[in-house]
Design a protein around this ligand. Sequence first.
Ligand code: HEM
Length: 395
Amino acid sequence: MPDTDSNEQVDALGFDYLDAQPHAAWKVLREHCPVKPLPVPEGDAPVYMVMRHDDIESVFRDPETYSSAIHNETIGPVMGEIILGMDGQEHKDHRDLVARAFRASALAKWDHELIEPTINSLLDEVAPLGRAELVSALTSRYPVQVIAAIVGVPNEDYPKFQQWAEDITSIHLDPPRAIAASQAMAEYLLPIVNDRRANPTDDLISDLVTAEIDGTRLTDERILGFLRLLLPAGAETTFRAMGNCLVALLTHPDVMARVVADRDLIPAVIEETLRWETSVTIVSRNALADAEIAGCPIPNGSTLLLMNSSSGRDESHYDHADEWDIDRKAQNHLFFGTGRHQCLGMHLARLELRIGLDAILTRLPGLRLDPDAPVPVIEGFAFRSPASIPVVFDA
Ligand code: HEM
């Protein structure tokens, strides 16, 4: 049984679990109340935050008990019919349609054709300046251009996607703004979808309009569901992760010097940063049956918030978990989820981060924090990243 006293005791500490700096509260929960019930209105299904690595992993790996359909309630209103919210065979059939395009082997062609030119054209603007704010100048503009090109929308329209991606993912904070962005995106995309039906090319929209499941083509609504998910999933997550990598490096100048001299360390920077501060902090599930996690009864119909960001700091899984240490030999991370819904874009994200960080270190020599500006801080609850990264470098 969950220890009711622990629950009340941690409540008495007065933590705001939605705080932009939640790690201290999460540490207390991992230790004293690893399945934390949240207050809900009378009559609503219970909601639990699941804090520990191994408990989160066991939920990811039990899709029969823990459904992904909850996503249809939370982000369905703005994204439509999405694979993230599908279970079982329906999920497999739909995921298989796009999985091929995001395999590591299929992405290799994008290295030189798309990803390097995209980051380098952004760096062309920044490199001569000697001083910049890297979120507005680089990170927020880079992954959105890559995913827009892979999907097959015109590159010049990427600022629209950047804005729509931000608006759609703000559904919990500002639902009308998110719904307006979702409608605007559909109005923009439908003519492109119709055009690819008439004239298929080699982009992802063409794959989707010609794809069949059991001999039936996808409806517009399903195609839009893919696009409404892929564009924000590809844009918002990775730009934030890149900001987190840069903050980690800039605030650890000794490690920055090692990585500048030895670029083979970049993958370790990426893996360790995603463990220490992942950009996607929460993944939801709903219980399809009565269950139990860490001794806590989970009634059928409960909502579970799997606290991915807390799993990366779990002291029982990682030594000195709060420290950012690129020499750690840790595995079995959950920052891309695991099981059937494991992130479809994880190879793309790692590729963009590796190529992007390498290019930044090459093109902005002597990169360091701007001594005249505030030190950047990683912040947020549902998504975590720095709002700005002021830097100087040798122009
Ligand atoms: C560092 C960057 C990223 C992080 C931290 C991240 C994180 C995640 C996580 C935790 C999930 C699992 C959700 C669940 O189990 O319900 C997921 C799923 C997904 N991600 Fe990512 N992601 C990243 C980048 C990307 C990129 C670049 C794309 C673009 C293609 C993408 C597309 C998706 C899709 C389509 C799914 C749903 C897969 C399914 O339901 O089968 N992600 N991501």
